[in-house]
Design a protein around this ligand. Structure first.
Ligand SMILES: NC(=O)C1=CN([C@@H]2O[C@H](COP(=O)(O)OP(=O)(O)OC[C@H]3O[C@@H](n4cnc5c(N)ncnc54)[C@H](O)[C@@H]3O)[C@@H](O)[C@H]2O)C=CC1
Ligand SMILES: NCC(=O)COP(=O)(O)O
Length: 343
């Protein structure tokens, strides 16, 4: 099987140490082995500092992967000794962007089965002259993808965002019938294709308290969200769709098994309940790309970087989910049925 690319993220964040933990916990014969796109000196120094049991080694496409090693496709030559944990520099940020570009290139060309990203600082990325709000938008640009969505997925809850990295004050203006319908459609497609759910149940959250209380607390439900649901055309990716649900209770219902995903109107509407449940084991999945991309759900955690305190469960879950999605996208549903319309 092909390897899965894991980008190192910000070299002075928690990326290097959670990568070492991922390899420490890896079974020898794994089907989609991870390989790291990052900096050998940074990983070696981190391994030394944290007395890791695994050894970062240089790796090139086609090389074998030896147990007990961390195969590193070295894409930068940072002066590891000069770096300070939690203090990104222009060099670390330029390197961090290059890991992402290379992962996209090699995954698109078929060298890797999928890509998994470790956290970047969005501010550092922009300071390095790479002007995107995050990986999601950068990956969409690099793969020339127009329709894309951010899903956060965990064992109990999945949320998909209509708007992503936007100021709260702008949300109402950004919500349109077309955007909401597109988000529902992409969610239905992903639940069937990526998660092998043959009859997805999708809840659409309202924007305002009590779903607007029939217009008393806002008009978005009446003017945008309800019409988006009423006019929604199923197409070839059928799903059971309902809403607009009051946001204060819908996540409780979804987490208790009533729904497979909740469509959220803005970032924190979805991410607050999600991280409350899945801070450690949550995964960020980008829907709509021509490649499989998953990510940890947390950030660079500069406050604890380099101290060996970072939990690697989200990275392990992201790698496992990338492998599962890559397998599912090869086309055969676990019940042996192909969803031609969705593929
Ligand atoms: N996937 C990505 O690339 C993401 C990047 N970010 C970026 O990360 C930077 C920092 O963002 P924050 O909002 O401070 O969130 P953060 O997730 O980096 O940190 C929030 C709190 O959670 C803790 N934490 C985070 N990951 C942890 C782990 N693996 N184990 C133990 N504790 C952990 C941190 O120590 C901190 O106290 C920002 O630039 C943000 O944009 C944020 C989320 C995702
Ligand atoms: N809160 C999720 C997040 O900010 C991750 O963004 P991205 O870098 O995956 O686009």
């Amino acid at each position: 099987m092909k390897p899965i690319a894991v980008t190192m993220g910000c070299p002075v964040g928690v990326g290097p140490e959670i990568i070492l933990r991922l390899f420490e916990n890896l079974e020898d014969k794994t089907v989609f082995p991870p390989v790291v796109l990052g900096d050998l000196a940074v990983l070696s120094r981190t391994a030394e500092q944290l007395r890791s049991q695994v050894e970062p080694v240089p790796w090139h496409l086609g090389n074998e992967i030896r147990p007990g090693t961390v195969p590193v496709m070295a894409l930068s030559r940072l002066n590891a000794k000069a770096l300070q944990w939690g203090k990104p520099t222009r060099e670390t940020s330029v390197a961090m962007a290059e890991y992402i570009r290379a992962a996209v290139r090699h995954t698109q060309s078929g060298d890797f089965a999928a890509m998994v990203t470790c956290p970047i600082s969005k501010k550092a990325l922009n300071n390095a002259g790479v002007h995107f709000p995050g990986h999601t938008e950068m990956l969409a640009h690099l793969t020339e993808t127009v329709h894309y969505r951010m899903m956060l997925a965990g064992p109990r809850l999945r949320v998909v965002l209509v708007t992503i990295h936007e100021p709260l004050a702008k949300i109402s203006k950004l919500l349109t019938i077309a955007e909401i319908q597109d988000c529902i459609k992409m969610t239905a497609k992903s639940l069937r294709k990526d998660f092998s759910i043959s009859s997805p149940r999708i809840a659409v959250a309202a924007l305002n308290p009590h779903a607007g209380e029939q217009g008393m607390f806002g008009q978005e439900e009446i003017e945008i969200i309800q019409p988006a649901l009423d006019q929604y055309e199923q197409g070839d990716c059928e799903a059971e769709i309902s809403g607009p649900w009051p946001p204060d209770t819908i996540f409780y219902k979804a987490a208790n098994g009533e729904f497979d995903a909740v469509i959220c109107m803005y970032h924190d509407q979805g991410l607050i309940p999600f991280k409350l449940l899945h801070f450690q084991d949550g995964v960020n999945v980008t829907l709509g790309l021509p490649i499989v991309r998953t990510s940890v759900d947390h950030g660079t955690a500069y406050d604890i970087a380099g101290q060996g305190k970072a939990n690697s469960t989200s990275l392990e879950a992201a790698w496992q989910m990338a492998a599962q999605i890559a397998k599912n996208r090869t086309g055969v549903h676990r019940h042996g049925k192909r969803y031609a319309g969705c593929l």
